[in-house]
Structure formats: C-alpha cells, structure tokens
Design a protein around this ligand. Structure first.
Ligand code: PMP
Length: 423
C-alpha cells in the first residue's frame, strides 16, 4: 500500500470523502488521490516520492510557479510580527492602493477570504446598489458554493433556478436566473421576463469550470450592452482569469469594462484570499461606509496580504510574463491540436492563453450542454495514464489546465510526448 493510500484510509474516517474540497477526489471517490508533500517551480511531489509536472497550480494562484522565493521571504518576514490582529494594518492599504492604481475599472476594493465570499458579497452589493433582486448566471459557470449560485444546468435556460445541492432551499435560488453561455438571446429573454428586476449579470469571462469555454466574439460586449440597456450591473468573476490573462484580467484582455469584479486565490499567491471591487459609488455601499453589510475577522490578514502583494508586484513589474504565458499556451494547446490532426483524433482542444483543456467529444464546445457531451470515462482513462507518467492534472473533465511561468519548453514537450503516446 502506498503512503497516499494509507493517508486516504485515515482521511475517509474523519473528513467527508477524505478531502477538504470535492475537486481533490479522484474519479472514483474510493480511490486515493495523491497526497502532496511539497512543490517547487512547475514540479509537485507526493508523499511516496513521486514527481510530477503540475498543471493544477493550486487551481491558478501559482502563476509564478510553486514556492517562489520572494513570496516565501515576504511571508516569513510578515509572520515575525504576528499572524493576525483583527485590526487595520498598513499592508491592507498598500494592497488596495496597488490594485486600484493599476486596474482602471477598480476605484475601491474589499478583501475577503475566498472566491465564494467575494461572489456572495458582490451579489449583495449589486442588489443593494440597484434595489433589484434577480441575478442572471450562466449554466456551467461556477461562482463558489454560496446558496444562490448553486444552480447549474443540464436543462438549458430556466427562469427560476433549481438547486444543484441538497441543503439549498428553493427560496435561496428563486432569484437566480439561468442563461446559456455564449447565447445573448437567452440573456435578453431573461431580462424581459424579469420585469426589470435584474440586479446583475455574473459571468466567468472565460468559462473555466465546465472545462475551458472561451467567450464567442461579441459575447462579453453584448453582456455589457444588455446590462446598460436594462440598468443592471455586469460582474466579471475573475477568480480564474484575474491577473492571469493580463494584469487587468479578462477585462483588460478583451477590452470590456465590468461594474464589479471578483477575485480569488491568485491575489493571495496561495494564501486564502478573495476580493471584490469596482466603481466608487457602488463600493461605497459597503459597511461601514454604506448599508450593505459584509465583514470578516481574518479579511486582509497581514501574512496573506504580504504574499499576495508580493506576487502582484512581480506580475506588474514583469508584464512580459503575459506574453510568455500566451506563448506557452500556444506551444501546449496547439501542440495537442497538431497531435490530434496527425492521429485523426476527433476531440476538441479549447484554450485561451495559459488556460486550456481537451474535451473528449467530436462536438464543438461552446456552452455547458456541449461540454457535457464529453466522454468522461475516456477522460478518466487519459487522466490515469498521464498521472502514472508523471503529469499531474485536475482529475475532472470539467476543469482547466493551468500553465505557470515556471513551465519551460522542455516540460511542455514532455507533456506533449506523453499525450502523443496516450493517443
Ligand atoms: N469563482 C470562480 C470562477 C471559481 O473558479 C471559483 C473556484 N475555483 C470560485 C469562484 C470560488 O472560489 P473559492 O474556492 O476560493 O471559494
């Protein structure tokens, strides 16, 4: 028995499913996931001494690679003053100033502890600001595990949501309206049906939680126009895309200005951080400046801020990183497309810059319904093969691969060779 298997046997007795987040479980929940002991650069090591090229990257924040020296030093230095005070600190001001100075559509920002909290709070602000209650979200977009967002799809456009999880009362999702990703007419239909009650449209500007689904030409601009027409706020959930597609995220990458933005893990560089921000008159609604209550004992934690701010400064000062990430994305995803062409494999490769995935389906994937046509049994076989050959990827079809600045051409080539052998 491997050490991972031993740990998993202990874990399942004390942690539901043996993991602290379901995405960590492997296809069969009875199979032990690899327990991780450490990571550096683009390599990750399990407790049994196996080494892998990592494409999870802690689900995005390790954009510079694992265990970056500057970030580690910043954390060690900050921790010497104490771990948490629950009081205002200088580094929080520096973090807020740094982001607001550099991101044109953010005048004010509030730190929280996760992407889930960021979204939950942004929705409350949108409702408080507009005085309306309905939220339009897209089937297949994930916005954390807050009750109102646990409405997904499989059944196309719905005017009122059906909860995806046990324990979510219907009342919590009755104001969530479901639209089809990349289908503007499905959005306008909901606006019309809502009797002008839509507070906000929330979207992953690149779908990255149903596999990777890029926005079609004009989709994001169309959302901007619809929100303006019907006086609703446009919220970009940039938990995955923020500081990744460009320093100013997908908003900068596609040149579309949202009213509110939510960030997650990447602004904590691996520490538990999230944030939401936007225009001054909207953000001034937040307590104690305004009437929308939102709070957090550990929000703006000094160690987390030290880590995150160090990462953001590195990204800002070396913006060529975004060219490099783009090129690495081309190398990997174009490389896979070439292999498929040569081998006559009729599967899809979707990608935007450093984010991408293979869909095991001959159908073009543009939304949740088409993503679901993927053969997940085939995906699981592929995942196992890659894992056994030293490539560490998300164990689910419906997640992205994350490239970091630490992946070199050599590791990308090794990955392509492995993919070629599998197919
Ligand atoms: N929004 C998006 C787009 C996400 O991808 C995620 C998680 N991956 C979340 C929100 C929730 O973030 P967290 O897991 O930090 O609560």
């Amino acid at each position: 028995m491997t050490k991972s298997e031993e740990l998993f046997q202990r874990a399942v007795k004390r942690i539901p499913g043996g993991v602290n987040s379901p995405v960590r479980a492997y296809g069969s929940v009875t199979e032990a996931p690899r327990f991780i002991q450490g990571a550096v650069g683009c390599k990750i090591f399990d407790v049994d001494g196996n080494e892998y090229i990592d494409y999870i990257d802690s689900w995005g924040p390790m954009i510079l690679g694992h265990n970056n020296e500057q970030i580690k030093d910043a954390v060690i230095r900050a921790s010497e003053n104490g771990l948490s005070f629950g009081c205002a600190t200088e580094v929080e001001v520096e973090m807020a100033e740094f982001i607001c100075d550099k991101i044109p559509h953010i005048d004010m920002i509030r730190m929280v502890n996760s992407g889930t909290e960021a979204v939950m709070s942004a929705l409350r602000v949108a409702r408080g600001y507009t005085g309306k209650n309905k939220i339009i979200k897209f089937a297949g977009c994930y916005h954390g595990h807050t009750d109102a967002m646990l409405v997904s799809a499989g059944s196309g456009v719905m005017t009122s949501g059906v909860p995806d999880s046990a324990g979510v009362p219907k009342g919590c999702t009755q104001d969530t309206m479901l639209a089809v990703y990349n289908d503007l007419s499905s959005v306008e239909k909901l606006f019309l049906e809502s009797d002008n009650q839509v507070a906000a449209v929330i979207v992953e500007p690149v779908g990255a939680n149903m596999g990777v689904v890029p926005p079609a030409d004009g989709f994001l601009q169309g959302l901007r126009d619809l929100c303006d027409k019907y006086h609703a706020l446009l919220i970009f959930d940039e938990v995955i895309t923020g500081f990744r597609l460009s320093f100013s995220g997908a908003a900068g990458f596609y040149g579309i200005t949202p009213d509110l933005v939510t960030y997650g893990k990447i602004i904590g560089a691996g520490m538990p951080v999230g944030a939401y921000g936007g225009r001054k008159e909207i953000m001034e609604m937040v307590a104690p400046a305004g009437p929308v209550y939102q709070a957090g004992t550990l929000s703006g934690n000094p160690i987390a801020m030290a880590a995150g701010l160090t990462q953001l400064k590195i990204l800002w000062e070396d913006q060529d990183i975004y060219k490099r990430l783009y090129q690495k994305g081309e190398l990997l995803y174009e490389g896979i497309r070439k292999i498929f062409l040569e081998k006559g494999v009729d599967y899809q490769v979707n990608s935007v810059s450093s984010l991408g995935c293979i869909f095991f389906t001959p159908n073009k994937v543009t939304d949740y319904i088409s993503a679901k046509t993927s053969d997940t049994t085939e995906f699981s076989k592929y995942f196992q093969y890659m894992l056994n050959h030293g490539i560490h990827m998300a164990p689910s079809q419906f997640e992205a691969m994350f490239l970091s600045d630490a992946h070199t051409e050599a590791e990308i080539q090794e990955t392509l060779d492995c993919i070629e052998k599998y197919f």
